[in-house]
Design a binder for this molecule. Structure first.
Ligand SMILES: [Ca+2]
Ligand SMILES: [Ca+2]
Ligand SMILES: [Ca+2]
Ligand SMILES: [Ca+2]
Length: 252
């Protein structure tokens, strides 16, 4: 019985390979001009690479690279100037994006998280949609920026992990963020990084009242909430609890 099932399967594979093979005949001697090693239509970046996408949410065409590009008008013959709309960052890299060619104009850093691929689905959020004209790829260490430990959460004043920040750990309950270790963080948080092992529960009113949201870290990765506008809670969080995922999210 099994043989009868297997043989047609293998035949399908062979035919499939043959058909696929007809599409990977190399182009005849293209003139290789660009020195930049580029992988076109890659599934995503390795640890020391970044992948750039034409559209938001990783749509359209893409390229993957591990080296600086001083002029995006020609990346292996393709004009990528002012086109990038989303990025995936390998865990070890920092991308320094520049508005003009030759590393000119305004700049912005996008930093890997040290654990896994960091996704930047929408450069509109950063005011960087269709603006990049050159970039440098350096190491995460070079750019700095804190990441939460497995039992930690980092809150940020502004979206995209900008402005002031504050770290909280498992079992760190803050019923009234107007008075959090002497600082007023009420209705200020705009982005959050959540460590792998925690469940963060927050409320939009003090004393764990009002609308409640539970968000857990990912198994192997930091959970990035880049812009709480997208979660409907920007500048609204007023109290929170953090629990280890093994214990489970905090009850009311
Ligand atoms: Ca675009
Ligand atoms: Ca530009
Ligand atoms: Ca804010
Ligand atoms: Ca509030």
């Amino acid at each position: 019985m099994k043989k009868n099932v297997l043989i047609p399967g293998i035949m399908v594979m062979i035919v499939g390979l043959f058909v696929a093979g007809t599409f990977i005949v190399p182009a005849e001697n293209p003139v290789q001009k660009a020195p930049v090693p580029v992988t076109v239509a890659s599934p995503g970046p390795g640890d020391d690479e970044a992948t750039f996408y034409e559209n938001t949410n990783y749509g359209g065409t893409s390229f993957t690279v591990s080296a600086d590009v001083s002029d995006m008008r020609n990346i292996s013959g393709v004009n990528w100037n002012d086109k990038v709309s989303s990025i995936k960052l390998g865990k070890n890299v920092c991308v320094k994006a520049f508005q003009d060619i030759n590393y000119g104009g305004g700049a912005w850093w996008f930093t890997g998280n040290g654990l896994c691929v960091r996704n930047i689905p929408n450069l509109v959020d950063f005011g960087w949609n269709d603006k990049m004209s050159s970039f440098r790829i350096t190491t995460k260490e070079d750019c700095g920026g804190a990441e939460p430990g497995e039992n930690e959460v980092i809150f940020y004043e502004h979206k995209n992990f900008q402005g002031s920040s504050k770290i909280a750990s498992v079992d760190n309950d803050v019923p009234d963020m107007r008075y959090w270790d002497g600082a007023n963080w009420n209705d200020k948080v705009s982005s959050i990084k959540i460590g792998t092992n925690v469940c963060l529960t927050f409320w939009i009113d003090i004393n764990y009242k009002g609308g409640k949201t539970e968000i857990s870290g990912n198994q192997d990765c930091i959970n990035d909430l880049l812009n709480l506008v997208n979660n409907g809670v920007n500048d609204k969080i007023s109290s929170f609890k953090i629990r280890s995922k093994e214990i489970g999210c905090a009850k009311q």
